[in-house]
Design a protein around this ligand. Sequence first.
Ligand code: CA
Length: 223
Amino acid sequence: MRILIAEDERKIAEFIRRGLKEEGYAADTAASGTDALRLAEENPYDLLLLDVMLPGLDGVEVCRRLRAGGYAAPILMLTARDRVEDKVKGLDSGANDYLTKPFAFEELLARVRALLRPAPSAAALLKAGDIEVDLLAHKASAAGAALDLSAKEFALLEYLARNKERIVTRTMISEHVWDINFDTGSNVIDVYINHLRKKLEKSGAKAAIRTVRGKGYLLEPDA
Ligand code: CA
């Protein structure tokens, strides 16, 4: 899951980015409304954290423009103001939720989880053969046994399971699981794929990650 943090106060932006990273999210930051708009249009973020008071365009305007263009990712507004009309303005511009500064990081995290949670009608459990990825509990299992995964390995398995039986390229993986600083020349993805593959093999899972030469990877439910 990849998140854009639009916040011009560097300390706050960095604090949020680091906290989200520790939870296994990939996160980028934007320090102005115009940057936020550009990054949101260029990258497939799963969620936007949008400060209202931003230089360039304010958060409400960024939100309004994105929604007018059909932007579908959830948007969580952050603001120092606690006035009812500000909240109403934010929500009316198309934000999904609202958080007033200062906030406890735990609360931010709970709201992020809630916004990223699949709708009740959608499956909270991804299945690929004998692999199960529980999006609510943030746990995965293979062949009935729990997998001990790092936050990044979990994010990678989640992405592969969402796209099971489809080839995902390294670019697709880097765009959804890593942030904008990802070095496309590095072999980080291959290293993580190998770790994950070994853990799946050790568990005795029938499902496996196949390398498709020159293209990318494929999670096969019944390899
Ligand atoms: Ca601000």
